[in-house]
Design a protein around this ligand. Structure first.
Ligand code: ADP
Ligand code: MG
Length: 145
């Protein structure tokens, strides 16, 4: 399996969440992951990209979200970065059911955590947030389709 690197800058538009989902689904399919694994990658990516748009940029569509997908024989690494408002307390933000928006469920980070093998969130208030997620490929059973 060859190493692969994809980098995409997306306008902070809700429509682009679907593009990010399709992109990671294609990468997952090329790696011959199961439909279930692909579904989980799509959820993790869309949660991270949505957070950048909704929370990081407060739905201001003039900004950019930076998506990097980096794959080698052992890992699939997904980085979602924004230059938005940042998170004052990352530990609190990652708690299940914590949201700064009462209309939301506060489960985005929970999904990212449970569907990926590693999740790291780095954030600086007024500078932005970088979410790095890793899926280990060496322990995934190839799909049998
Ligand atoms: N990229 C981001 N920029 C700023 N704040 C964020 C970002 N991602 C997450 N947050 C903060 O972390 C909280 C929890 O995120 P999440 O678990 O996805 O729940 P939800 O999106 O439903 O609020 C959000 O309510 C928000 O306050
Ligand atoms: Mg969220």
């Amino acid at each position: 399996m060859k190493n692969n690197l994809l980098k995409l800058s997306l306008s902070s538009l809700a429509e682009n969440v679907g593009i990010a989902r399709m992109l990671i689904a294609s990468v997952g399919a090329q790696l011959d992951l199961s439909l279930n694994d692909i579904e989980e990658l799509k959820v993790a990516v869309s949660e991270a990209v949505s957070n950048a748009i909704i929370h990081g940029y407060g739905n201001n569509s003039d900004k950019l979200v930076y998506l990097t997908i980096e794959q080698n024989s052992e890992t699939l690494k997904i980085i979602v970065r924004d230059e938005g408002c940042g998170i004052a307390d990352v530990v609190q933000a990652m708690q299940p059911a914590f949201s700064t928006d009462p209309e939301r469920m506060g489960l985005g980070f929970v999904f990212m955590q449970s569907f990926m093998d590693d999740l790291q969130v780095e954030s600086v208030v007024n500078q932005g947030t970088t979410v790095t997620m890793i899926k280990r490929l060496d322990k995934i059973q190839p799909s049998t389709h």
